[in-house]
Design a protein around this ligand. Structure first.
Ligand code: COA
Length: 192
């Protein structure tokens, strides 16, 4: 049976926060991320910030027992220079002009995670397609690890390309910014 996906709003995402965090922690505990359990504590703090951003979108994959098997979430880039994670390093590496001129008003994929036991069954790809479907944006952006092979293959297979490599102080592995051109929204969607 195909895992059903549902789109949820900011309030529901907050209510599901503990479950989303558990999926995040399990997915990012595996290499190459190898995030220690404590690091996933920041997930709920980020989520509270993310749900308040314009164009917030979250799609969850529901298991038969009602639990969450994976999720994707993102939002529209509104005020890039207010965001603590990407700046000022991005300013220096990518250039403020790129961020202001091309990233602003575009969709940023913020999180994508599938429980390890549920991976490689097409859920991640479907989550990505669903979170991007019908967006009022021309492009989408994300940042990932250069060596996150599963994610990188998923994105490149769907037409995402590398835009810039970012070396964050304290991280041995570089991050890579990827972007995709989104299909134009259908007329009936834009009229809703
Ligand atoms: C990336 C991730 C969400 C993919 O989820 P998934 O449900 O396994 O993805 P899918 O089954 O839809 O796979 C889609 C494609 O991605 C690639 N892929 C997925 N897992 C892969 C792996 N372990 N090795 C190589 N390629 C892989 C393949 O191209 C695959 O297509 P194929 O199965 O036809 O070959 C999942 O591996 C994950 O949660 N990883 C840890 C967290 C992470 O890296 N998130 C993204 C951060 S930006």
């Amino acid at each position: 049976m195909t895992t059903p996906l549902s789109r949820i709003g900011p309030r529901e995402a907050l209510l599901l926060g503990a479950e989303l965090k558990a999926v995040y922690a399990a997915a990012f505990a595996a290499p190459p991320w190898s995030e220690p359990p404590l690091q996933s504590e920041g997930f709920l703090v980020r989520l509270r910030d993310q749900v308040a951003r314009p164009g917030f979108r979250c799609v969850v994959a529901g298991e038969r027992d009602g639990t969450v098997g994976g999720f994707a979430l993102g939002a529209i880039v509104d005020r890039p220079h207010d965001r603590p994670l990407w700046n000022p390093i991005l300013d220096a590496v990518v250039g403020a002009q790129l961020i202001d001129g091309r990233m602003r008003d575009q969709f940023e994929l913020l999180e994508l995670a599938v429980l390890p036991a549920r991976q490689r069954r097409g859920i991640g790809g479907r989550l990505l397609d669903a979170v991007l479907a019908g967006l009022p944006c021309e492009r989408a952006w994300l940042m990932t690890r250069m060596d996150a092979l599963a994610a990188r293959r998923l994105y490149t297979a769907r037409g995402w390309t590398d835009i810039a490599v970012v070396h964050f102080p304290g991280h041995s592995e570089p991050r890579v910014i990827m972007a995709a051109t989104l299909p134009a929204r259908r007329m009936e969607e834009s009229l809703r």
